[in-house]
Design a protein around this ligand. Structure first.
Ligand code: NAP
Length: 331
């Protein structure tokens, strides 16, 4: 029997990769979109009519219940969120509405419409923040360092609470940073891959960056969405940490990206203190051993392969724009 999956946040990076994976597995895929005045299908237009799209909003309980009644999903992947950490300091209340209370709304829609629906909640390594131990696993206490991290902690515990209160199959995937050529341009690795490609093609002269000492545990989004799916295929619901188990500095990422196009980063980087976080996280490094043992999850793409993939994709995209005459080299 064909299973139906509903993905909130289908227009985002992870939503698009997850949709591809589920279609390959034979699922009927329904993507939830919020109403915008302009369509925002850049990451999913290649999927065409292989997916169905439906409007609802994390801020609107009625729309969430209605979408479950109408499409009767077997699995719900709650990926929608205000997901950019720096913005969460400027919009802390809205971040709480989307990223914290939005989770309760989705869980309660499942509880009231059909408790047999399996639910995945997109939790984050940002919940560990000022870390209590290194590396971090499923038992590591949380100490978030941004309104985003605080909201994700709420989302995590409300997921655990609904699982325990209502006997629902609801799991929280605590995912460390994952990137791809589809990552938003404001996120550090994509800002670097896009900036490096622009410099290599004569479209820009430099990139302004923040704290290059910061270290992160970075993996490929395509690998991480496979873990989300695996978490919903178990007999018993439980939470998992997903990450590479290794960290790299922002400086290292920058050097790899420039090396890919044969340029010297020293000549093209400007450090801008305004881009430093008001309170940064400590050394976030995952211990994904539970996921490896129980889900059989292994990442296929290394950190170096990921950065090269991102630079190559931005080079190709910008070269196409130059050929079309949409962009003109100036340097
Ligand atoms: P993303 O690219 O920023 O996508 C976020 C999605 O949420 C977009 O589709 C966005 O829709 C949607 N959304 C935001 N507010 C909404 C609302 N009120 N109603 C309905 N949809 C709404 O994020 P991502 O990188 O794919 O991440 C997916 C999830 O994993 C997020 O919850 C994120 O916080 C979490 N996470 C990500 C990482 C990572 O490294 N990528 C790590 C840990 C956890 P629009 O297109 O309309 O804006």
């Amino acid at each position: 029997m064909t299973k139906t999956a509903l993905i909130t946040g289908i227009t985002g990076q992870d939503g698009s990769y997850l949709a591809e994976l589920l279609l390959d597995q034979g699922y009927r895929v329904v993507g939830m979109l919020r109403r915008l005045s302009l369509e925002n299908y850049g990451r999913i237009e290649h999927l065409g009519n292989r997916i169905e799209l439906a409007q609802a909003d994390l801020l609107d309980q009625v729309s969430l219940s209605n979408i479950l009644r109408e499409y009767e999903p077997d699995e719900v992947y709650n990926l929608a969120a205000m997901s950019f950490v720096p913005t969460s300091w400027n919009q802390p209340v809205l971040t709480g509405e989307f990223t914290a209370l939005g989770v309760t709304r989705v869980l309660d829609a499942v509880r009231s419409v059909d408790r047999s629906i399996r639910l995945y909640q997109a939790s984050s390594s940002e919940m560990f923040g000022k870390v209590r131990e290194t590396p971090q696993n499923e038992d590591t206490p949380f100490y978030p360092r941004s309104p985003y991290g605080v909201a994700k902690v709420y989302g995590h515990y409300i997921t655990v609470n609904y699982r325990e209160s209502y006997d629902m199959y609801a799991v929280s995937g605590i995912l460390f940073n994952h990137e791809s050529p589809r990552r938003g341009l404001e996120f550090f690795p994509r800002k670097v891959s896009d900036g490096v490609a622009r410099i290599a093609l004569g479209l820009a002269d430099h990139i302004a960056l923040g704290n290059l000492e910061a270290r992160r545990d970075w993996g490929f989004a395509g690998d991480y969405v496979r873990a989300m799916w695996l978490m919903l295929q178990r007999d018993e619901p439980t939470d998992y940490v997903i990450g590479m188990g290794e960290t790299h500095s922002c400086q290292e990422l920058v050097e790899l990206a420039f090396a890919r196009v044969g340029l010297d980063p020293e000549r093209h980087i400007r450090i801008d203190p305004r881009l430093f976080r008001p309170a940064d996280v400590d050394l976030l490094v995952s211990d994904p051993s539970k996921a490896k043992a129980e889900l059989g999850w292994e990442p296929a793409v290394s950190f170096k392969q990921l950065i090269c993939m991102m630079v190559d994709a931005d080079m190709e995209r910008l070269q196409t724009s130059i050929r079309r005459g949409d962009l003109q080299p100036v340097h």
